[in-house]
Write a protein of this length. Structure first.
Lengths: 129, 142, 293
């Protein structure tokens, strides 16, 4: 069964979606991420959708689900790299994904996650340049 | 049963595509993307019709028990249009008005699919009869 | 392509095969003599176009001979070739006649050849000439259709360029873009402008974009909705939009129309919006005198 790989970068999980998102793949990703967050006790998840040329309501719901579910497991999720055409279409479709944190690219997304994590543990020296 | 509008439109190309399993949703997306790109639709327009097709394909498979997608290129004077027809012989939709409301779902229902597809298209037509099936037609014009 | 009898193409096919090179020369000189844009009609290019067409014609005629299917499929490659020639001429600024003359100028040379070849058989000669005439008429009309379509595409593209030029996106500071909109906004224009703003945001990777509508006299429901959709789309991408320059009249209209701005940040002036944008990107403007030496 095809799965989307989940990479671990320190205390952040990185998922890059580069293939056509069919429904089963999306469901599998949701499950895999839940398990991974739990297992690794990660505090942050970064989902890179810069290669996705289309996000429909199913995929949109998946992103929203992952976002809420990670929060329950005490981790933050940031979705990065949504293409302009995709964003415009999603809005027209009626999905605003209000609860989902977003950033323009992986770098900014990482900074956002780091910022949130650092805010929670101010004593650590964790500056990124 | 050709409406007067249909008679005025010159139809350039027609292709049929089965919608049975999940794989067909992805294939349908590709097919629609290719056609829209070949017809020189802008990127945003392409994305809109591909997304609408994804929603309606899913509806056909999940709620309609499978069906088929017909793609047609229409020419109406100076405008070129891409028309997609989704047909299934499933249970049909009892209350269309309700189904077209945003976010409506019967838990196993239609969610944003129908209303979303309608918003993403220039033309949207739907016929449904309980016990017989559903037919949705969407068009995007250039 | 109706009413063309397949068997008559057999004679035409022979004629073209036998006299290909002389036909080419006659056809080229026919065009050069009638062309008014002689300078622009580059001779080398014309020669290769005519050569390619005649080869394509030969092929199509032999396809039509053996292919029992349809005239259309036999001639589809030739039509594709014609389409690309026609498109090129449309883009280069030729007139429709100058483009169609490519086909129609082939009539006289072909008719002369047929007259010579079939001099002893007038009935066949007339039939042949009629079919050839119809064939060339169809191809000529096709050329004109493609020309027309291409011109329309060119105009549409020029309109698009004009639209983009008239709504420049300005970089105010690192990480801050501004889009000063001026003049009346209609739904179509707003949509185009918003799409290009979002693309600019993606390209430059800014965190904040300010849409300034100080120069916009009125805003209707559709335009207001487009603005809101743009802000939402930008948020989905990870950037933030601030709408500035909302004049009291526009504010009234928006409330009147029942448009819900939700949590879209709005500021009365561009400068206030800029201050907020700076703060969001972690920047601050400080008076030099305030800086300790």
């Amino acid at each position: 069964m095809e799965r989307i790989p989940i990479l671990r970068l320190g205390d952040i999980l990185l998922v890059t979606i580069q293939v056509d998102m069919y429904d089963q793949l999306a469901m599998t990703l949701q499950d895999d991420l839940t398990n991974a967050i739990n297992k690794t006790r990660t505090r942050g998840v970064l989902i890179d959708i810069s290669s996705l040329e289309m996000v429909d309501s199913f995929i949109g719901r998946m992103l929203a689900n992952i976002s809420s579910m990670s929060r329950v497991l005490d981790a933050e999720t940031v979705v990065v790299g949504m293409q302009p055409a995709v964003a415009i279409t999603l809005v027209e479709l009626g999905m605003s994904l209000a609860g989902v944190k977003t950033a323009l690219n992986v770098e900014k997304g990482m900074r956002m996650l780091r910022g949130a994590l650092d805010a929670e543990s101010p004593g650590e020296d964790d500056e990124d340049s | 049963m050709q409406s007067r509008q249909e008679k005025m439109m010159k139809i350039a190309k027609t292709v049929l595509h089965p919608l049975r399993t999940e794989v067909d949703i992805v294939q349908a997306r590709h097919l629609v993307r290719k056609w829209a790109a070949d017809l020189k639709f802008g990127l945003v327009d392409q994305t809109k019709i591909v997304t609408a097709a994804s929603e309606l394909s899913r509806n056909t498979i999940v709620y309609g028990g499978g069906g088929e997608l017909t793609l047609r290129v229409l020419e109406n004077g100076v405008r070129t249009g891409l028309e997609l027809t989704f047909i299934d012989k499933g249970p049909g939709i009892p209350d269309l008005k309700l189904a077209l409301q945003d976010g409506y779902t019967t838990g196993g229902g239609l969610g944003l699919g129908l209303s979303g597809a309608k918003r993403l298209s220039n033309d949207f037509e739907i016929e449904s009869k309980v016990g017989e099936g559903t037919r949705v037609v969407i068009r995007r014009w250039r | 392509m109706n009413g063309i009898h397949m068997h008559t193409f057999a004679r035409l096919s022979e004629v073209v095969e036998k006299n290909e090179s002389s036909l080419l020369e006659t056809w080229i000189s026919e065009q050069l003599n009638t062309a008014s844009k002689q300078g622009i009609l580059e001779k080398g290019e014309l020669r290769s176009q005519c050569f390619d067409f005649l080869s394509g014609l030969k092929q199509s005629l032999s396809n039509a001979k053996s292919d029992s299917e349809s005239i259309d499929s036999a001639f589809s490659d030739l039509k594709d070739l014609l389409a690309s020639i026609s498109r090129a001429r449309a883009v280069q600024g030729f007139s429709p006649s100058e483009t169609a003359i490519f086909i129609f100028s082939l009539k006289r040379p072909l008719f002369s050849l047929l007259q010579a070849e079939l001099a002893g058989d007038p009935k066949t000669m007339v039939a042949e000439i009629l079919s050839v005439s119809q064939l060339l008429d169809d191809l000529g009309l096709y050329t004109t259709e493609i020309f027309q379509k291409t011109r329309e595409e060119v105009i549409a593209r020029q309109n698009q360029d004009l639209l983009e030029l008239s709504t420049p996106v300005v970089k105010l500071w690192d990480g801050v873009l501004a889009l000063p909109l001026i003049g009346t906004l209609d739904s179509a224009r707003t949509q185009v402008v918003m799409e290009s703003l979002l693309q600019k945001i993606a390209d430059t990777g800014v965190d904040v974009a300010i849409i300034d509508i100080t120069g916009v006299p009125t805003v209707d429901t559709l335009v207001a909705q487009h603005l809101i959709k743009t802000v939402t789309a930008a948020r989905l991408m990870g950037a933030e939009c601030i709408i500035s320059g909302i004049r009291p009249q526009i504010a009234q209209t928006i409330v009147h129309l029942g448009v819900n701005l939700g949590d879209v940040v709005t500021k009365a002036s561009l400068s206030e919006a800029f201050k907020i944008a700076m703060a969001k990107t972690g920047l601050m403007v400080v008076k030099k005198s305030q800086l300790k030496a």
